[in-house]
Design a binder for this molecule. Structure first.
Ligand SMILES: C[S@@+](CC[C@H](N)C(=O)[O-])C[C@H]1O[C@@H](n2cnc3c(N)ncnc32)[C@H](O)[C@@H]1O
Length: 506
């Protein structure tokens, strides 16, 4: 309750409660009886406003039939008013009125790809669709959550697949009111801030995989507080990502003006073509870096301090706790230190450099390299190495998939679940392990957050991303066994984060 008030204010929470008590009747039961009369091939999806069935018609053609729930039916007046618009614009299928709702011709379509460049192309098309729709006096606020309310043709053209009247807002008139009472103020009448927010939330969910966007999308439908909270959150979340460049354009646009949608479309298309686009998924997590005469203290995702030849690690007690991880790395380094082949180390996703400095300061390893795709981390680490005169510690900006360094020991900590589909396009643990193995002559120390890990669960099930083989611990261990003669458990953090020391020699 308190959470709800925080997210959507008192008025919004009241509306939500009223909807729960007095809103449109049970969705599932009424749908089951409505669909029973139809011969269908399969169910395509369902939501609050109804369900979609794939139906073979008497002339053998295929159509998608939307069976409306009471809630969906209450907005049918709006869909009916939009029939001529759908007939006219290529982004939409022409609809046919049915007793249970409406239907449209079936076409084989694909979900949109969520990778930055691809999704910029999607945003470009969404804006062009809005540009034409707005010229007809409507805007499409509900771009989808969980799955998108549009799909792509084989040629990459966008087609809207959700025609529920509640997804559209009339721009210049009050519009037909839904037949049942509705407490979602922002779904009833046009509110510019709400429309802008929906686009930002859609980007957060589909391009960055942020599930919290779904909660805010719901909360923002009930009033102004939810919208304001949502805008604040999306601005923070998009900071440090390529989407930050579009945020001010979205926030300043007038969604009733076709030209504003055109400008946004052009900016998204230009950004997608920009060769220097750094496909970052989040802002660098750096709280403070304190440089002293002979030392440094760093606070952020990693926390440590160096004083002369001493390095110490701080603990925050989380699953990526620097002290606990440093102990695991330290045990491995002390085990390898006497091996003559142990001369160099590469830390991929080196972040604030804690384990590069551990090897460089405590073990005097001649060549310690840190690579991260986020330039802010690399800048910070280079500054620290220069300040401390640690010429054996070097840092550079780089992506894992482009890495061609070969060292004695490679570290890949807290990384594999990001590489699977979030910051790279592997979608396969086999390919990730093969590439990791190519970077080391002797050893790999790798952490695997398993399929029950909260973060791994979130980042390995992102919509519109590659997934060619499963993300599981069993699969990961099997793939390690293909490239390394010996694979030993090297520790755990919590029940879901497993560390392996892998050796090429038995
Ligand atoms: C969860 S943090 C783990 C940091 C550090 N390895 C640790 O265990 O404390 C993941 C790090 O990998 C970096 N990263 C993510 N994807 C990457 C990629 N494809 N190539 C290089 N670095 C990447 C991020 O910038 C971030 O610093």
């Amino acid at each position: 309750m308190l959470q709800a008030i925080k997210r959507m204010g008192v008025a919004g929470t009241l509306r939500l409660a009223l909807e729960g008590r007095l809103g449109a009747g049970p969705v599932i039961q009424d749908l089951e009886s409505r669909k029973s009369g139809l011969q269908y091939i399969r169910e395509l999806g369902r939501g609050k406003d109804g369900l979609s069935l794939l139906v073979r018609e008497s002339d053998d053609s295929l159509r998608v039939h939307k069976i409306l729930s009471d809630y969906g039916r209450s907005f049918l007046v709006r869909t009916l008013e939009l029939f001529p618009v759908f007939e006219k614009l290529d982004w939409f299928f022409p609809l046919r009125k049915e007793e249970h709702g409406f239907s449209y011709p079936w076409e084989e379509l694909e979900p949109p790809a969520g990778y930055t460049r691809d999704f910029l192309g999607v945003v470009d098309q969404v804006c062009r669709m809005q540009m034409e729709l707005v010229a007809e006096g409507w805007v499409y606020w509900d771009l989808g959550s969980g799955h998108s309310n549009y799909l792509m043709t084989r040629d990459g053209a966008l087609r809207v697949i959700d025609y529920g009247g509640n997804a559209f807002l009339p721009l210049h008139h009050a519009g037909p009111r839904p037949a049942l009472p509705c407490w979602r103020a922002n779904v009833l009448s046009y509110n510019a801030e709400f429309v802008r927010l929906q686009l930002l939330l859609h980007i957060c969910e589909f391009a960055l995989g942020e599930l919290h966007a779904r909660t805010l999308r719901m909360a923002s439908q009930y009033g102004a507080t939810g919208v304001r909270r949502g805008i604040d959150w999306t601005q923070r979340r998009l900071r440090g990502t390529p989407w930050e460049q579009l945020t001010p354009v979205i926030l300043q646009m007038d969604p009733r003006r076709p030209d504003d949608w055109r400008t946004l479309a052009e900016q998204a298309a230009a950004l997608a073509q920009d060769d220097s686009l750094a496909d970052l998924q989040e802002e660098a997590d750096i709280d403070s870096v304190e440089l002293r005469e002979k030392g440094v203290t760093v606070e952020g995702y990693q926390a440590y301090s160096i004083d002369g030849k001493e390095i110490a690690f701080a603990s925050k007690g989380n699953l990526w706790d620097t002290r606990q991880k440093a102990e695991i790395v330290d045990t491995v380094l002390s085990k390898l230190r006497s091996a003559p082949e142990f001369r160099s180390m590469l830390d991929i996703g080196s972040n604030l450099g804690a384990y590069v400095f551990l090897a460089g300061v405590r073990y005097d390893l001649p060549r310690c390299i840190g690579v991260d795709y986020n330039g802010k981390y690399i800048e910070t680490c280079t500054r620290i190495a220069d300040h401390m005169g640690l010429s054996n510690c070097q840092f550079r900006v780089g992506r894992f998939s482009e890495e061609d360094e070969r060292v004695s020991l490679t570290l890949a900590l807290g990384l594999v679940h990001h590489l699977y589909q979030r910051t790279e396009t592997f979608g396969s643990l086999g390919d990730i392990v093969a590439h990791l193995a190519s970077t080391c002559t002797h050893w790999l120390l790798v952490e695997f957050p398993d399929e029950n890990d909260n973060k791994a669960g979130k980042w390995t099930r992102m919509p519109g991303r590659a997934s060619h083989s499963p993300y599981t611990k069993a699969e990961f261990e099997a793939r390690l066994g293909e490239h390394f003669a010996r694979v030993e458990a090297a520790g755990n953090i919590g029940p879901t984060r497993h560390f392996y020391l892998c050796s090429k020699q038995a």
